[in-house]
Design a protein around this ligand. Sequence first.
Ligand SMILES: Cc1cc2nc3c(=O)[nH]c(=O)nc-3n(C[C@H](O)[C@H](O)[C@H](O)COP(=O)(O)OP(=O)(O)OC[C@H]3O[C@@H](n4cnc5c(N)ncnc54)[C@H](O)[C@@H]3O)c2cc1C
Length: 471
Amino acid sequence: MHNSFLTISRKEAGYRPILERIADFGEVEQTLNQEDRMLQASRCMDCGIPFCHWACPLGNLMPEWQDVLSKGKWKDAYDILTKTNNFPEFTGRICPALCEKSCVLMLSEQQPVTIRENEAAIAEYAFQEGYVKPHPPKVRTGKKVAIIGSGPAGLAAADILNKKGHTVTVFEKDEEPGGLLRFGIPDFKLNKVVIDRRLNILREEGIIFQCGVEAGKDIEVKNLISGFDAVCLAVGAGEARDLKAEGRSLKGIHFALEFLQQQNRVIAGKQIPSPELISAKDKHVLVIGGGDTGSDCVGTSIRQKALKVTQIEILPQPPVGCNPETPWPAYPNVLKTSSSHQEGCTRAWNLSTKRFIGKNGKLTGVEVAEVEWKKNTNGKMEMTETGKTEIIKADLVFLSMGFTQPVHQGLLDNLGVDYDSRGNVAAINPNQSSVSKIFVAGDVTSGASLVVRAIDSGRKAAKAMDIFLTT
Ligand SMILES: Cc1cc2nc3c(=O)[nH]c(=O)nc-3n(C[C@H](O)[C@H](O)[C@H](O)COP(=O)(O)OP(=O)(O)OC[C@H]3O[C@@H](n4cnc5c(N)ncnc54)[C@H](O)[C@@H]3O)c2cc1C
């Protein structure tokens, strides 16, 4: 019987109280007890056509693991989960859960199964009970593989190729592996202990990590090509979108990632010399860009004790609740209020940045113009200024307007890979670049996306590489 959704309501674990959580960088999300978690899993209707599974880039087998979880078979749930997802402890924490938006119970008063939280709970239980053990391959193939970049795409590819018996070396230019999981996503969303715990398993299984090594510089392209049987580029989409308005060179304007990475490093115990330290303490902070990275800057600024935090967006405010333009089972374009927004932030939409204003070389404010969006005769949205402008007081600005493409200069240009029309590395065959034995995975080929998509891409690259190495 799969009808407990009739009697059991969706119950989220919720966040820690605001005043408590903004005093530290610990994870904001709480956990339910095991009994409640099993009850939540029992709400899954085991639909004939599971749209959750369709919506998940990894094709996670949600109905199957909800079923065993609801019966208290946690190990079975973990085994089913890891058939399709190498790192459920990451996605269980930070995935926007496309699956939940397409759950059939979403249609009923927006009460989908708590799929993401259930996933995190299963992964935590598995680590706690010691189910997650190293399983090194029994036989080595003698083939050598280089993975460039240790974000979720690179790690997923490395995990699978290593399990196939190939000898895998991951080159990472940062001092520790993890990509944006470690140096980007704030600790209050993803505690870095969660990454270290998984890396220990991967190391024990035989993956070699060489950190502080920039491929294309510290290891030359010709050595990569001659030294390895196949190479996977998983270097992310590192080129942040800039805002080249008047006053851009004033002191106090930073890319979001500069700020977020620094905070991650401070929490990891690194000393940042004070001239380089970006501090939001006692500042008026303006975050330009209304997306998730911007929201992460909001939460980080609040924890650093900013005086006031404002986040602006050039696009109109999305509808609240549901949006007829993105109907179920599609991911809805609706107003999102993150845990960081709840912590105290002024949000505004339809604002375009005109210029940065300063005094003695230091930022003091930002002039913004109100815009409106209307469909043109071709049905495309067009922006016009209304003529209304205002100056927002700001002594710190974070540019969070997304990422345009991977960094071409250096490794990618030296390899001579083709790019697509958006500047990402083109995949001529699935996950294969235009250069022989060079494969691609994650944001470097898709453009900036999501952890779940990066893991999926890493899995697909590994499959293509294994076929290449063994046939
Ligand atoms: C602030 C922020 C918050 C986000 N929050 C979420 C979220 O909550 N949920 C979600 O699903 N997604 C989120 N994302 C998106 C997600 O992090 C990315 O889509 C994902 O990490 C991409 O994975 P990747 O492996 O392709 O690349 P990355 O994670 O970017 O990893 C690429 C790695 O390659 C390394 N590298 C680059 N060049 C070289 C070189 N030449 N030699 C060696 N190493 C190199 C880099 O140092 C980096 O470690 C967020 C992104 C940002 C910026």
